[in-house]
Design a protein around this ligand. Sequence first.
Ligand SMILES: [Fe+2]
Ligand SMILES: [Fe+2]
Length: 533
Amino acid sequence: MAGGRFPVRARWADICLLSASLAVGCGACARQPSPISCGPYLQSPGLTQVSVMWTSDLLAEGVVRWGPAGRAPDKEIKVQPAEFNWSKAPEKRDVPLEAPAVGEKGRAYLYEARIGGLAPGSSYRYVVDFAGRRVEGRLMTFPEKPVPFTFIAFSDTHAADVVAAKFARHRPAFLINSGDLVDREDYAEYRQFFSEAVKAATGRIPMFVARGNHDQTGAMLARLFSLPPDRLYYSFDYANAHFVCLDSCLWRWPDGEEKVQAMLEWCERDLQASKADWKIVFFHEPPYDLSYRRTDWGRQDAMPIFRRCGVDLIFCGHAHAYQRFGPLFWPGQNDQHPIMLVISAGGSSKYIAKPGRAEPHLAVRQGQDNYVVCRVEGERLTARALTSKGVEIDAFTIAKRDGRLDPAYLAQAMPEETFGKVERALAEIRVPRVPIEQGEEFAIEVKLEAGSEAIAFDIRPAEATARAVELVAPAAGTVAANGNAVISVQLRAKTAITKPAKGNRTDPAVVLECHYQAGGRNGLVSSTAATIK
Ligand SMILES: [Fe+2]
Ligand SMILES: [Fe+2]
């Protein structure tokens, strides 16, 4: 990864003036609030180098000393600040910012000590001296040869992390974060993201970040983290594994379609070029999500690339509920190499969504805060999803021999095509009107499209809404391969259905479920709660 770029450098005369006025090394200062806002945190890790970074409202000179672990630091680098201006982002969330943010503004300084000349696979101690404050940390360079290692996946902290305090005990080599570090793209929010627990973790463990929709323009992300100069997607290797970070929010921006296309072309070239034992991809918005959001980012265009390139595992965020899909395969498309999809969202207690109902393709679902610890030992990958209280909510293993996946793992694989088609048909259902009086009949239309296999379907109210509606007539039949049908599900209200004071979902909720059979396999997908037309 390339280092961050900062167009404005602070003037040296200013630094000297301010440094002279600071009581460096003053014991009383240790009891005062830290002059460091974000960090120190590690970035740009590699075989022989790493960056120690921090931000401050103060313009001062920093010194970073380092040396092999167990010895007094014997090398040092003086760090000069790069100035950056920040603006408070608009209150409206979850929208692309077409223009620079307006409102409250400020200036802060970013410090980056680029340490090089280190030995691969080695442990070092470092000390940051800045504005009278001393902070110590440890770092570990990447190994030259494949070695067993652990990494942690988490996401959606929304500036209210609850899991980072647990990371150190697993001794991970690095962290991957699938986005939404904050609620809005404010510097103040990123400062909040760097809570004491996050500082303690990222001061020792480098973190790789993906953009979430709440990271908005990504400009602040690009300032604070070492990302390529012109994009928010990249890849890196660790031991026998290749990691790719994608920017699933790119489509929201001007020229989004072209930019996504360029990213996916890069992604395919990058994945094809890798001969690593493991290929792991992480990004924010998932291709499948059976909780409330039902996103499908990458289902049409990125998933085929992942299949072609032999991706093993995907980590996403955004859904705010832990969900593990698959392993998923597509007949005729590298079908001996199914892909496991893990939505590891839940690094915050702020937003925990209902996890949706148990369905065959969804191996595990949990509505709790969580992070995922992955251990890679040669051709064996084991993963555990843990809550902030240490409760294990999921565990799985992917094993290979000479690059071929274990037959027992292959036996668990689920076909993706029909599941995806049925999920889309039920992702947005509508009632024709409200209020609907008790005893009144109405219909919900479901547009079902079949892929290469015919779908035998049977649609009915989900058990959870059985008190609200009942079927007037069976809604069952078959959609021929490559065909489609508009199914009118005839229902009777068992109670009055109205519009609630807030939102566009009916009260009580109306949820359908589709039991289906395709290619000799049974499946089940629930709809979202119906909206009002
Ligand atoms: Fe989120
Ligand atoms: Fe999100």
